[in-house]
Ligand binder design. Sequence first.
Ligand SMILES: [Zn+2]
Ligand SMILES: [Zn+2]
Length: 765
Amino acid sequence: MKDQTGPGALLRKRIRIAGAVQGVGFRPFVCKLAREMDLAGWVRNGSQGVEIEVEGPGHVLVVFSRRLREDLPPNAFITEFKESDISPSGETFFEIVSSASDAKVSVPVLADLAVCADCLREMNDSSDRRYRYPFITCTHCGPRFTIMTGLPYDRPQTTMADFPLCAQCAEEYENPLDRRFHAQPVACPECGPQIALWEADGREVAAREEALQAACEALTAGRILAVKGIGGFHLMCNARNEAACGMLRERKHRPSKPFAVMMDSIDQVKTYCEVSGMEGELLTSPQAPIVLLRRRGPHPVPPLRAGEGMEAVTLAASVAPGNPYLGVMLPCAPLHHLMMAELRFPLVATSGNRASEPICTDEREALERLCGIADLFLVHNRPIAHRCDDSIVRIMAGRPAVMRRARGYAPLPVIQNRRISESPKAALATGAHLKNTVALAVEGRIVLSPHIGDLDTPQAVAGHEAAIRTLCDLYRVEPETVAHDLHPDYYSTRTAGRVERGGLVPVQHHYAHALACMADNGESSECLAVCFDGTGYGLDGTVWGGEFLAIGESGFERFGHLYPFRLPGGDAAAREPWRVALSLLHEAGIEGDAVPFAGTRESSMVRQMIARNLNSPATTSAGRLFDGVAALLGLCRVNTFEGEAAMALEFAAAPDTDEVYPWALEGGVLDWRPMLCAMQGDDGARAARKFHNTLAKAVVEVAKQSGFRKICLTGGCFQNKLLLERTVHSLVCAGFEPLWHWSLPPNDGGIAAGQIIATMRNEGR
Ligand SMILES: [Zn+2]
Ligand SMILES: [Zn+2]
């Protein structure tokens, strides 16, 4: 064999590939490619990914390994590719062999994907055996994480385990050259799950196609449906029917938080919203997130009467009251496609929950929890193993930024980190209180759970604990180190204490924000983090939230912050921006008769609280500064949802001025009081715009004083497109390198990832 050294000499290579290479049709791809090139050998799933042995002429093998990397199936990606030479065995055929059975599993858990074009085509083909079947799927699409009960990802370890394959499905499942080869959720009308329509008392009124038709009739008639989707229930109604939308708001006790809308096509989206190329790509991507789009034309539109849904072309005003943006998604599950094709009008598709509870996943649970909200329940009998909301993405400063990381994205690894792979121990992070997510560091990866919600209800707390169990069980680890927020009273802090086995790592809230932002940009060197946020527990025990943190090799220093003010009534001030407005006026020494919304009696009560320092904790919160200014400008009296006042301020801003207000900066303390004084008497839209401009310019001055060149922009306030874009622009113009979020949310949904990274930084020394 030694003399066979020419380019045509027979060689054998062992190739190991890690990444998203299981459950995405990777082995059939390898098999087809090898057979096409007349090579021999085998491919199999291993614990680390996919293993290949391939034999043939040397020059062909070179092309083979290049094409392996270049012609990947959709949804597959490679994180590691190792090749070595072994002795040829004289094999003449290439085949897929059964998986190596290895206890340790380290392939990533895949996220759920929207139905693919091939499956859609079959679903709409009356000669296909899956014609109009709402659970059609293949290796390139469909549920993954939400049906997974264990790893490796194999049918017995999914919620499809109780649906034995019929002969035809089994044939497809076992044929390496079929699109459904080892597609774990493969099913057909003969052997798979089915839909049914239930009354609110759980009585079945229709099944299969009849259920679909009856559900669509009910929606057309203005009724509210709970619809079981991929990762949980949606509450749906006709988005053009004001009575239906208003009723949904009333029943859900949700006065003004915008509803997301499902539309049937990009063309339909374009009749309501402006859609850029990048936004169109996001909408039609396999992740199929909710994309925040600017609405077209004048809004809000006049309300319609009930029953006028079909004729009206405008959306009901109560879909997203007073909001120039609309959260839009295209159908992702085959069931949604079938519904939208019948309806021809957009549907409100909001999370099937009460207030900030997690979404329902089980139909019996939904009957109970959505009782009094939904008139009818469109359900199915494929169990959801793990809850997963719709993701929310907004294009900001020219690129997508994930605001809520869930279906389609979670729980794919967010970061590959060498420091973690060197660490033998698994670490867990329990996240923040609002928009909770949890994170796990294992085998060089950081995985983040899907969005869970605010930990204010027993359901959310149960969801939080379930998410911890899910990640630990799927990856079969018992975390030693557990990171948590510095706040002693957060529920997530108490969870950490309960699951910890080898050490607790408390992480300051805004430091965690900064680390998440840095990691999201692949940045680990020193920088200045501008954290404009709601509230977080500070190192000194006060309420932080407008912080300039100098991030070092390990740890951080508080370089500066916003000039502090009081929160009269504590938590009440977060709900009632008018209280903050009074506090800001007090600090600025302005006589406060000019506060909109504040009645004489309550405002004199709050003034006394401030003056006597009663239940009025000090804060540096940027989020509360936005709230207070919004109230001063008469834009918002009470926050009915988190961020409402700040959103109103962003939307109110006049488009066309670069003017700024005066401000002061001393010893890293950004003093907003001169701005507040100058704002008095200014027109609302103009003042809102100048407020954003001022913060952006002030950040540049802080950056100059700090001496850093890289500036991280993080915290919930940077969900504000105007603030982010103004600040990025100002920093770039001044020669700085701004870093901002994209795959990890800038809000508290990204905190868990930052907490995990903090444990790595401490472990290094
Ligand atoms: Zn498919
Ligand atoms: Zn079947």
